[in-house]
Design a protein around this ligand. Structure first.
Ligand code: 7TS
Length: 489
C-alpha cells in the first residue's frame, strides 16, 4: 500500500497517528467514491501508438498526444458531443459584464478561470477541515492529510507517473524548473558542460539555466526555429552530437506560437547520449493527454492555475531514480528524518523536497481541478480547442493586414493564436479589445528571445480553453477589425 508508506514516512507522525491517518484515508476515499462527480478519473492516456518519423521533418499529426483530425472529429461528433454551453455554466466568472459586454476570456495561457467545484472545495477545506498535514493526530488533520495525498495520487494518475512519490508539490512551473536547476543541476553540471534549450522557451525555462551556467561555467545551446515556428531538428542533432551535453530542457507546447514539440522523439535521441530531458509542460498538461511514461522524460513541470486549479500550486514530476540522487532544494521542517546540531538526514521523496508547511489548500484545490478536467476528458478538451483554433485562424485570417505567428496549419497546433495587425502596437490592440469585453494578453509573453527571432517586440495573443465558444471568436474577429478601422490599416 503506497499511501500507507507516505503517511508513515512522516517522522513526526506517531504509529497511532499513522494508523489513524490510514483509516482516515480509507474512509475519505470511500466517502469520495460515493459522491457523484468525485469518482476516480478515467485515464486520459491515448492508446494509439503513433508512427515515429524522427529524424527528418516531423509530420505534426504524428506528434505524441495530438489526436489525428479523424479522432478529433470523432470526439466532437461522437455519442457525447462536447457541450461547451454546459461547461460555461461551471465557471461563475463568465457571468461578468465588462464595459457593458459579457466577459470573453481569451487569456487562458496566462491563467485559466476556476470552476465552481474547485472554488467550493477550497471553501470547504477552510470551513471544515483546515489543519496542517502529516503532523496532527486529530481528526481534521488526518482529513487534510488524506485529501492532500489523494491530490498527489490523482496527479500521478493524470500524467501516468509510476508512483505518487514521483510528484512533488511546488508553487508552479517556475519553481519546479528552479528546483531541478538548483538540485539536479548543481550536482550534475560542471565546467564546460552543455545544456540544450530551444528558442521558444518561456523565461522560466531560460533564466534558471543561465544562473546555473554562470555559476558552473557551463554553456547554453539553443535549437533554432523555422519561420513557421517549428524546431529545427538538425540544430538539435548537431548540438547533441557536439558532446558534453548534460541536459535537454524544452517546452512541450509554445505559449506564444502554440507549436506542439515532438518531445518523445527528442527524449529518445537525448537518452541515446545518456542525457536526461526536462519538459516544461505548463501549456500541455492542461490541454492534451500527457503520459510521462510514454514520453519517458526525466522531469516534467506544470502549474495548477493553468488547468482550473488555484494559484501558488504546481507540480514537478521526476523519475524516482533521479529524485533519489538529488539533494534537497530547501531545508526546514517536515523534510527531515533526524536533525542534530551539526547535521541532518532527509526523508525520502517527495517529502525531501517539500520543506515547511506547503500550499495545502492549493494542492487539494488542484486535486479537484484534476477531477474536473479528467471528467471533461483531455482528448475532448483537445478536440474542442482544435476546432476553436481552426475557426479563429479562419476568422482572423480574413482580417486585412493581420499576421498570425507560428504553424500555418491550425490543425497541428494548440489553442494559442498570436498576431499583429499592421503596425498597431499589441498593447493598443489589447486595450481596444478590452473595450469590447475581450481579455487577451499583449506584450512579449515572457519569451523575449522568441520575439527577437520573430523580429517583433510584442504580439497580441488570444488563447482558448474548455469554456470558450465560437461566438467569442466572432467577437474577437469583429473587434480586431474595429481596431483596424480606427488605426486605418
Ligand atoms: N512555461 C510556460 C511554457 C509558460 O507558458 C509559463 C507561463 C511558465 C512556464 C511559467 O508558469 P508559472 O505558473 O510558473 O508562472 N506562461 C504565461 C503566459 O504565457 N502568460 O502568462 C504566463
Amino acid at each position: 500500500m503506497l499511501r500507507r508508506r507516505w503517511v508513515g514516512a512522516s517522522s513526526s507522525t506517531s504509529p497511532k497517528a499513522t494508523s489513524h491517518a490510514v483509516a482516515a484515508i480509507a474512509s475519505y476515499r470511500k466517502a469520495r467514491n460515493r459522491l457523484p462527480g468525485l469518482a476516480v478519473p478515467k485515464s486520459t492516456t491515448p492508446t494509439t501508438k503513433l508512427p515515429l518519423t524522427f529524424p527528418g521533418q516531423l509530420a505534426q499529426s504524428t506528434v505524441r498526444g495530438y489526436a489525428t483530425q479523424k479522432q478529433a472529429t470523432a470526439y466532437i461528433h461522437g455519442k457525447e458531443p462536447y457541450d461547451v454551453e454546459k461547461v460555461r455554466h461551471d465557471f461563475p466568472i463568465l457571468k461578468r459584464i465588462i464595459n457593458g459586454k459579457p466577459l470573453a476570456y481569451l487569456d487562458s495561457a496566462a491563467t485559466t478561470q476556476k470552476p465552481r467545484d474547485v472554488i467550493d472545495e477550497l471553501t470547504r477545506f477552510y470551513n471544515e477541515y483546515n489543519a496542517n498535514v502529516h503532523r496532527g493526530v486529530y481528526k481534521i488533520s488526518e482529513e487534510a492529510t488524506a485529501a492532500y495525498e489523494e491530490a498527489r495520487a490523482k496527479i500521478a494518475r493524470l500524467i501516468n507517473a509510476s508512483s505518487p512519490s514521483e510528484i512533488i508539490f511546488v508553487r508552479g512551473t517556475t519553481e519546479a524548473i528552479n528546483l531541478v536547476a538548483q538540485s539536479w543541476g548543481r550536482t550534475n553540471i560542471g565546467l564546460g558542460d552543455g545544456i540544450i534549450l530551444t528558442e521558444m522557451e518561456h523565461h522560466s525555462n531560460i533564466v534558471p539555466w543561465q544562473l546555473l551556467a554562470k555559476e558552473r561555467g557551463a554553456h547554453l545551446k539553443y535549437v533554432g526555429l523555422t519561420d513557421d515556428g517549428h524546431l529545427i531538428h538538425d540544430d538539435f542533432r548537431l548540438h547533441l552530437e557536439s558532446g558534453g551535453i548534460k541536459l535537454v530542457t524544452m517546452t512541450h507546447v509554445s505559449n506564444v506560437l502554440g507549436t506542439i514539440n515532438p518531445v518523445r522523439e527528442y527524449v529518445r535521441e537525448a537518452h541515446k547520449q545518456g542525457c536526461p530531458v526536462l519538459v516544461d509542460a505548463a501549456q500541455s498538461v492542461p490541454h492534451i493527454p500527457v503520459d510521462v511514461r510514454d514520453l519517458d522524460c526525466d522531469f516534467l513541470a506544470f502549474s495548477g492555475h493553468k488547468m482550473c486549479g488555484p494559484t501558488g500550486i504546481g507540480v514537478l514530476f521526476a523519475k524516482k531514480t533521479q529524485l533519489e540522487e538529488m539533494p534537497p532544494y530547501h531545508g526546514g521542517g517536515e523534510m527531515i528524518r533526524e536533525v542534530h546540531l551539526y547535521e541532518s538526514t532527509w526523508k525520502d521523496s517527495p517529502y525531501k523536497f517539500e520543506a515547511g508547511t506547503t500550499n495545502i489548500a492549493g494542492a487539494i484545490g488542484l486535486g479537484k481541478a484534476v477531477d474536473y478536467v479528467s471528467e471533461l476528458g483531455l482528448r475532448n478538451i483537445q478536440g474542442h480547442e482544435r476546432e476553436l483554433t481552426e475557426y479563429a485562424h479562419d476568422r482572423l485570417g480574413k482580417v486585412k493586414g493581420i499576421r498570425i505567428y507560428g504553424p500555418e496549419n491550425p490543425g497541428t497546433k494548440a489553442g494559442v493564436i498570436s498576431f499583429n495587425l499592421g503596425d498597431v502596437h499589441a498593447h493598443d490592440m489589447a486595450t481596444l479589445l478590452d473595450e469590447d469585453g475581450i481579455a487577451v494578453r499583449s506584450g512579449h509573453h515572457c519569451a523575449q528571445p522568441l520575439m527577437e527571432r520573430l523580429g517583433v517586440s510584442s504580439t497580441t495573443r488570444a488563447s482558448v480553453y474548455v469554456y470558450n465558444n465560437e461566438e467569442e471568436i466572432d467577437r474577437l474577429a469583429e473587434s480586431v477589425k474595429r481596431a483596424g478601422r480606427i488605426f486605418k490599416i
